[in-house]
Design a protein around this ligand. Structure first.
Ligand SMILES: NC(=O)c1ccc[n+]([C@@H]2O[C@H](COP(=O)([O-])OP(=O)(O)OC[C@H]3O[C@@H](n4cnc5c(N)ncnc54)[C@H](OP(=O)(O)O)[C@@H]3O)[C@@H](O)[C@H]2O)c1
Length: 241
């Protein structure tokens, strides 16, 4: 159960949870390839990580994903942490269906397309780890799209574990994590928001990306885990946030 010399592709590995995961895979001896849309983020991540390779792509673009994996060739572990960020919070039916569809595109369908394009190149001894979110297990009023798309990812993973065995397929479900996804909120408001969330969690704080990264490494290394949802949410589900 070692990642020494394993090849890992992390789509979304240029920021937040994905970047922390890329660093942790490298520290475990893996060869890491990161990818995301922005050249700037890819360049910055490759500089920060040191030895990773970086590629620019949009995981919603099926033909680009196919080209990418053809170029990469065979590898061991696929991790997908990419997501467009932002989610609507509004009573059901108050927003156009196009808003919900765009949110599904930038998380559910992107992960779906990535797995489909990657499949011919993932070794049978390897693994796929997708990303959902604690909202799937602890729905909040007004979050119908967020809850539906994260639940859809977890459902997809259960079937992929059956369809793709012996390749192992799992999903990490993070709670609230302090990552650049919240950079659009000014620092003070963000601190107040995190503090408020923290008060309602069993562990009384939001997560650091490195704490979520451990879950992806575990799922890549553990050769007997498949079809699992690994919750890393500081007790959010039990405390009802
Ligand atoms: N942070 C939280 O509180 C939290 C909670 C629950 C679940 N999650 C989930 O955890 C995952 C990682 O979130 P994070 O907080 O680490 O976000 P983040 O810091 O914003 O990172 C998202 C990454 O995805 C890439 N990306 C976004 N859209 C993409 C696309 N269409 N194609 C390719 N790459 C794309 C981004 O780079 P580019 O901009 O260069 O594309 C970036 O590298 C997401 O699935 C998120 O929904 C996060």
């Amino acid at each position: 159960m070692s990642l020494q010399n394993h090849r890992a592709v992390i789509v979304g590995g240029t920021s937040g949870i994905g970047l922390a995961t890329a660093k942790l895979f490298l520290s475990q001896g893996a060869q890491v390839i990161v990818a995301s849309r922005s050249q700037e983020k890819v360049d910055a991540a490759v500089r920060e990580i040191g030895t990773a390779q970086g590629y620019v792509l949009d995981f919603r673009d099926e033909s680009r994903m196919k080209q990418f994996f053809e170029k990469i060739g065979d590898f061991d572990h696929l991790v997908v942490t990419a997501a467009g960020g932002g989610s609507s919070n509004a009573p059901f039916g108050s927003l156009g269906i196009d808003v919900a569809k765009a949110e599904f595109d930038s998380k559910f369908w992107g992960q779906y397309a990535t797995v489909k394009a990657a499949l011919p190149f993932i070794r049978q001894s390897g693994s796929i780890t997708l990303t959902s979110g604690a909202a799937a297990a602890r729905p909040a009023k007004g979050a119908s799209t967020l809850v539906a798309l994260n639940s859809a990812i977890e459902g997809l993973v259960r079937v992929l574990a059956m369809d793709l065995a012996p390749i192992r397929v799992n999903v990490v479900s993070p709670g609230v994590v302090d990552t650049p996804v919240f950079n659009g909120i000014d620092a003070n408001s963000r601190a107040v928001m995190f503090q408020k969330i923290a008060q309602s969690l069993l562990l009384q704080r939001v997560a650091k990306p490195e704490e979520i990264a451990e879950a992806y490494v575990y799922l890549a290394k553990n050769t007997y885990t498949t079809g699992s949802v690994l919750q890393v949410e500081g007790g959010a589900i039990l405390s009802g946030i």
